[in-house]
Design a protein around this ligand. Structure first.
Ligand SMILES: [Zn+2]
Ligand SMILES: [Zn+2]
Length: 348
């Protein structure tokens, strides 16, 4: 094997990533070396590399946290994995000893190190990772689709099912129907939501949302969102609202769209403060406003089962596949929302 690899390195927000030749990482006890095959890019990468609203723990750093690949080397002490296994890399390395880890909530680990944010990520030919961060990809699932599951599909799954506790027959409003929201619509439909309302600012995205399973669409630049949701729900409001945008306006609309005793799950991240309704309404209506971050390995495995059984279809989720050398073109397309991408995947 050659000794060096190509990697997309981030130095400073607003500057292009640089493709560099780096030594292939040496694995230690309990680690494996992954030959990266596909790495999705998303809004997080745009916030790091373009507008700088998400700072990395170090620079330079290799970005990339939506990773699928093939095991090329297995370290000592690793059991259950072998060379050539196809794997998804869980992007958060947890400590296994803090209170959150010990109580089964690894996603809240206080010592978590995230790939492409704290340590070198997967926009590189090779990646070393603890074997505990792997999940096996069934033969039926293409590597490009596998790469995006951990973030674009598992994040809305966690928000809708685990945090939002969606039940069959309930009514759901989804604010923001891009990468996360479009999969949120599919998960809500699979779960048996009675009415799925998609809210976005783009007619094109809303048209796509209908094809994915939305029963009603609202273009919030043309219609009064609250009034339309009230009409659709006979004045009650929705059982569950999902917010995937992260602005104070959309969070406010999501919270106000829920029925008495309803749930609003906030996934979108932004710099603005969350302003709630008055305590009179909040208390009287028993509103539940819930934060939701990331996903778990168990949730990713459930999504893989759905894909294996062809109950979930991700064939339209990858808007474009680019080469590592085209990483800056990919980030620009995501930032400017050229052709409303769901996910762009870098093939390595
Ligand atoms: Zn992502
Ligand atoms: Zn921990």
């Amino acid at each position: 094997m050659e000794n060096t690899m190509r990697a997309a390195r981030f130095y400073k927000a607003g500057q292009p990533l640089i493709i560099e030749e780096l030594p292939i990482p040496k694995i230690g006890v309990g680690e494996v070396l992954i030959k990266v095959k596909a790495c999705g890019i998303c809004g997080t990468d745009v916030h790091i590399a373009r507008d700088g609203t998400i700072p990395t723990a170090k620079t330079p750093i290799t970005l990339g946290h939506e990773i699928a690949g093939i095991i090329s080397e297995v370290g000592t002490g690793v059991e259950g994995w072998k060379v050539w296994d196809k794997v998804i890399v869980i992007s958060s390395i947890t400590c296994g000893t803090c209170y959150a880890c010990r109580s089964g909530h690894e996603g809240l680990c206080v010592n978590a190190r995230i790939l492409g944010l704290h340590i070198d990520g997967g926009l590189a030919e090779y990646l070393k990772i603890p074997a505990s961060c792997l999940t096996k990809i069934p033969d039926e699932v293409p590597l490009e689709q596998a790469a995006i599951i951990g973030d674009a599909v598992a994040t809305p799954y966690h928000a809708i099912i685990t945090r939002g506790n969606l039940r069959p027959g309930e009514t759901v409003a989804i604010f923001g129907c891009g990468g996360l929201g479009s999969h949120g619509i599919q998960i809500a439909r699979l779960t048996g939501a009675a009415k799925i309302i998609a809210i976005d600012v783009s007619d094109e995205i809303l048209e796509r949302s209908k094809k994915l399973g939305a029963d009603f669409t609202i273009n919030s630049t043309k219609e009064k969102t609250g009034k339309r949701i009230s009409e659709i729900t006979d004045g009650k409001g929705v059982d569950l609202a999902l917010e995937f945008v992260g602005t104070s306006v959309t969070i406010d609309r999501a919270v106000k769209s829920i029925r008495k005793g309803g749930r609003a799950v906030i996934v979108g991240i932004g710099p603005e403060k969350i302003e709630l309704v008055s305590p009179y309404i909040f208390v009287y209506c028993e509103d539940q406003v819930i934060g939701s971050f990331g996903s778990s390995k168990e949730e990713i495995d459930r999504i893989l089962e759905l894909l294996k059984m062809r109950k979930l279809n991700l064939s339209h989720s990858i808007s474009q596949v680019l080469k590592l050398e085209q990483i800056n073109e990919g980030l620009e397309k995501l930032e400017k929302k050229v052709d409303n991408p769901i996910r762009i995947v870098i093939q390595i």
